[in-house]
Design a protein around this ligand. Structure first.
Ligand code: ZN
Length: 160
């Protein structure tokens, strides 16, 4: 396994539409393993393939430690309610914003064995799923943010 470089905002790779995975190859499995290691090292709750420079529809979400979801060709199939909560991104370090997201979503995706499965999440899990899926379409949470935190607001958050 290897730690991959996480690309930062401004890199055009973050603005591309990713292609679906048509076949799970040893390279796909290697990428999933490397992304997992990279996500753990960065201590984030999600990582999408374009964030490591790969334009494929692959994302990881791990809101609860040890409960990692590998999402290949994921699609949101149901959404419910709304929430306005704070979000950040490993590609936009040091910034946070408030984004409106569904309170609950259900995503259908393929796992590394090529099997389809569904995962539902509320609250932070729903935000993480939406955030990572957006990356696959070149969308960053900042594009949708209702409010980006000011430096003073960030300092206040860090004090709590
Ligand atoms: Zn992100």
């Amino acid at each position: 396994m290897a730690i991959l470089n996480i690309v930062k905002e401004g890199d055009p790779v973050l603005r591309k539409i990713c292609r679906p995975v048509t076949e799970i190859t040893p390279r796909t499995l290697q990428l999933l393993d490397d992304m997992k290691e990279t996500l753990h090292k960065a201590d984030g709750c999600g990582l999408a393939a374009p964030q490591v420079g790969v334009l494929r529809r692959i994302a990881l979400v791990e809101v609860e430690k040890g409960k990692l979801y590998e999402l290949i060709n994921p699609e949101i199939i149901a959404r419910e309610g709304t929430q306005n909560e704070m979000e950040g991104c490993l590609s936009i370090p040091g910034e946070w914003g408030i984004t409106e997201r569904p309170e609950k979503v259900t995503v259908r995706a393929m796992n590394r064995n090529g099997e389809m499965y569904e995962v539902s999440g509320e609250g932070l899990m729903a935000r993480a799923l939406c955030h990572e899926l957006d990356h696959l379409d070149g969308v960053l949470y900042k594009d949708k943010a209702i409010h980006m935190l000011t430096k003073e607001e960030i300092d206040e958050q860090l004090e709590d």
